[in-house]
Design a protein around this ligand. Structure first.
Ligand SMILES: Cc1cc2nc3c(=O)[nH]c(=O)nc-3n(C[C@H](O)[C@H](O)[C@H](O)COP(=O)(O)OP(=O)(O)OC[C@H]3O[C@@H](n4cnc5c(N)ncnc54)[C@H](O)[C@@H]3O)c2cc1C
Length: 348
């Protein structure tokens, strides 16, 4: 299976939703990505009377999951419901949400008073000019290349004990190791089941960890896994090893590599950073600021381990910081005697 085929197997068809028209002229902020981070950033901006357009390709990371868990009040709500309500709330304050994919984003010539400008182009060729950008594109989970694994992603193949751990409690669970990060992962899943097998799958496992696993009753299998095996009904039934043996399991937990979704954003020149054993994300500072003036980043695109609540909070912080910086820019412009920013955040 190629990487593309694997991603397609993991993806859940997310039907397009009603899209707003792209705004004319220059808007205060374009938010790239309409998941929890992007929508919460847009909500703060719209409520601050900033003109804001969210451009979202509609494939949030948790789309395969039946419900969001571990987020107070919203626990048990389908991800699509959370985002639908989020879009409604952004629109309620005048924000726009456009269904589309950003294929390029880059800085443009500044305004006459020196204020920053960016051009954002969609896959259908339309473009929009913004004073500030919030990148909230999320990340891609990259699974190990084991046949049959991707097809169960988000259901019987899970990554996060806090997202689906309760739902798979007491099941026979296998940890498919991807590296040292899987050792800690195993102890978290051991909290959820007594029937846990750790498949080293070619990764190292030191003697101390083996002793700790033994103390907690975690079995270790060093023979590599060759495929995930289904029962007749298509449910995950186990993993086949290189020696042909099948180890019965109902759930496989795997620490996927986490890769920020950077496609189409290269023109912004945002620095990315590698996080050992975890993945790759955009580098950011306080409130999602980046080394690129005028560009903020929030959610999984920069914080690879953020869940929905943390992503939404990061989006809100970034939105507030963008509003703060726009207020300074508006005041600088007013001081210069050049047309200042209107309280509606209108174009200038
Ligand atoms: C299977 C699974 C289950 C999960 N369950 C839970 C759970 O129960 N509880 C929990 O708290 N967390 C859960 N998570 C984690 C959760 O998915 C993330 O924390 C959350 O989605 C991060 O929000 P985000 O806004 O950063 O990114 P996302 O939600 O991934 O949103 C990013 C958006 O940006 C869009 N986008 C990307 N690139 C572009 C582009 N170039 N142009 C336009 N739009 C673009 C995407 O289409 C997407 O809509 C789960 C994750 C997975 C994989």
């Amino acid at each position: 299976m190629t990487e593309k085929e694997r991603q397609e197997a993991m993806a859940v068809a997310t039907p397009p939703y009603a899209s707003d028209a792209l705004a004319e002229g220059t808007v205060d902020a374009v938010v790239i990505g309409g998941g929890a981070a992007g929508l919460n950033g847009a909500l703060i901006l719209a409520r601050s009377r900033r003109s804001v357009v969210v451009i979202d390709s509609g494939s949030p990371r948790n789309a395969p999951a039946e419900a969001v868990h571990g987020f107070i009040v919203l626990d048990g709500t389908p991800p699509s419901d959370v985002l639908r309500r989020g879009r409604e709330q952004v629109r309620q304050y005048g924000g726009r949400v456009v269904f589309g994919e950003v294929v390029s984003a880059e800085s443009a010539a500044p305004s006459a008073d020196g204020d920053l400008r960016f051009t954002v182009t969609l896959a259908d060729g339309r473009s929009i000019t913004a004073r500030r950008i919030l990148v909230a594109t999320g990340l891609t989970d990259v699974l190990p290349q084991v046949p049959g694994l991707a097809e169960h992603w988000g259901h019987s193949v899970v990554h996060c004990p806090y997202c689906h751990g309760w739902e798979v409690r007491d099941e026979p669970i296998g940890i498919l190791a991807t590296g040292p990060v899987s050792i800690g992962h195993a102890f978290l899943f051991r909290q959820l089941t007594e029937d846990l097998t750790y498949f080293t799958h070619g990764t190292g496992l030191d003697e101390d960890s083996r002793a700790r696993f033994a103390a907690r009753g975690i079995r270790v299998v060093d023979t590599p896994v060759t495929e995930v095996v289904d029962d007749e009904g298509g449910a995950l039934a186990g993993v086949r090893l290189a020696d042909g043996q099948v180890v019965a399991r109902r759930v496989v937990a795997v620490a996927a590599q986490l890769q920020a979704r950077t496609q189409g954003l290269e023109g912004l020149g945002l620095p990315v950073q590698d996080l050992p054993n975890l993945g790759r994300g955009f580098a950011s500072g306080m409130a999602g600021t980046t080394e690129v003036p005028g560009v903020w980043v929030a959610g999984n695109a920069t914080d690879l381990v953020a869940q929905v609540g943390a992503s939404a909070a990061a989006g809100a912080l970034a939105g507030a910081d963008i509003n703060r910086m726009l207020a300074i820019a508006d005041t600088d412009a007013a001081l210069q005697g050049i047309a200042g920013g209107s309280p509606q955040g209108a174009t200038r």
